[in-house]
Design a protein around this ligand. Structure first.
Ligand code: NAD
Length: 329
């Protein structure tokens, strides 16, 4: 079974090559190109392709893949908002993903961002390196005794709930389904109650029509003054322009983003020598209370190993026609 692996980074090759021995039937060719309609044609002769969060797995790409004889799309990530699922179904292409490779890897980064913006760790690091030992601009708040509001209590949200409880926080949550594993220490509330009561809001729901721009000026205005907002889920959960307005209204103690709307052209690229003409990311980065990381929530040793193993197992399952919880369609 031949897999064409798009947008392969060194760490991808390392983790997949490390596990390949367990799947002797699988052959992988890695290419640097991102998956999009133009590059989909490279998949001729492959049984499956492997793609990541920035790939364009829209209708056009799927049509080209289908014409090339590709039967399986292996998403090496949890989210699949970049896949046109209806088109894949129509073409009979199997799409599988890795729903729960290591929820703690993302949740721990979410708490890391919350702490970093609260205590301005990025500033503190630079100040001390510059021999500036003053405390100006570094005052934060205790998390202990405060309220954490977790939006989406699936695998990652649940891990974040556990972390927040460990910090001695009251944990409230909003989800369309309640997670029974959390009933002992999480109180489910409405979204409006969560916005009004939380000192830390962390987003962990998927990007769908119903969650697109769920954080906008209207919802921001319902938040407490001095709230910390963290998004490690998908950029478009937050309306970036309106977030900027909210920051200007001094709503936030801090904002930590591992994902943001403009990330697609940036993710895992070195653009340090470019002049960004119309970048809202650059605008966000100019605020002293914002920290952005580049979609690195999944980037731990444990998560990478689990992604590689599950992705190759997904290929085997697809070949055997096995339906599993990893099926998108
Ligand atoms: P999951 O499917 O286990 O949980 C998602 C939860 O969101 C579910 O409980 C679901 O009921 C809930 N939900 C659905 N619609 C909702 C709504 N309208 N309002 C509130 N909650 C809603 O998913 P997960 O594994 O916890 O991952 C969550 C998201 O994290 C993924 O969709 C993905 O976008 C993102 N993610 C980011 C990274 C990263 O590197 N930063 C890595 C993995 C996943």
């Amino acid at each position: 079974m031949k897999i064409l692996f798009y947008a392969a980074k060194t760490y991808d090759r390392k983790s997949f090559d490390g596990i390949k021995g367990q799947f002797p039937e699988v052959e992988i060719d890695y290419i640097d190109h991102e998956l999009e309609p133009r590059t989909a044609a490279l998949a001729k002769g492959y049984d499956g392709i492997c793609a990541f969060v920035s790939a364009d797995v829209g209708a056009k790409t799927l049509e080209v893949l289908h014409d090339c004889g590709v039967k399986v799309v292996l998403m090496r990530c949890a989210g699949f908002n970049n896949v046109d699922v209806e088109k894949a179904k129509e073409l009979g292409i199997i799409v599988k993903r890795v729903p729960g490779y290591s929820p703690e890897s993302v949740a721990e980064l979410a708490m890391g961002l919350a702490l970093a913006v609260n205590r301005r760790l990025y500033k503190a690091y630079n100040k001390v390196r510059e021999n500036d030992y003053t405390l100006k601009g570094l005052r934060g708040v205790n998390f202990y005794g405060k309220t954490a509001g977790i939006v989406g209590t699936g695998k990652i949200g649940a891990a974040m709930c556990r972390i927040c409880r460990g910090f001695g926080m009251r944990v409230i949550a909003y989800d369309v389904y309640q997670n029974p594993a959390l009933k002992d220490f999480v109180e489910y509330v409405t979204m409006d109650e969560l916005l009004a009561q939380s000192d830390l809001i962390s987003l962990h729901c998927p990007l769908m029509d119903s969650t697109f721009h769920m954080i906008n000026l209207e919802t921001i205005k319902k938040m407490k003054d001095g709230v910390i907002l963290v998004n490690t889920s998908r950029g478009a959960l937050v309306n970036t322009q309106e977030l900027i307005e909210g920051i200007r209204l001094k709503k936030f103690l801090g904002v930590g983003l591992d994902v943001y709307e403009e990330e697609t052209g940036n993710v895992y690229e070195d653009r340090s020598d470019e002049i960004m003409m119309h970048s809202v990311t650059a605008r966000l980065l100019a605020f002293p209370n914002v920290m952005i990381t580049s979609h690195q929530g999944f980037y731990t040793k444990e998560a990478l190993e689990a992604i590689a193993e599950t992705t190759l197992q997904n290929m085997m399952d697809a070949k055997e026609g096995k339906k599993t919880a990893n099926d998108v369609c």
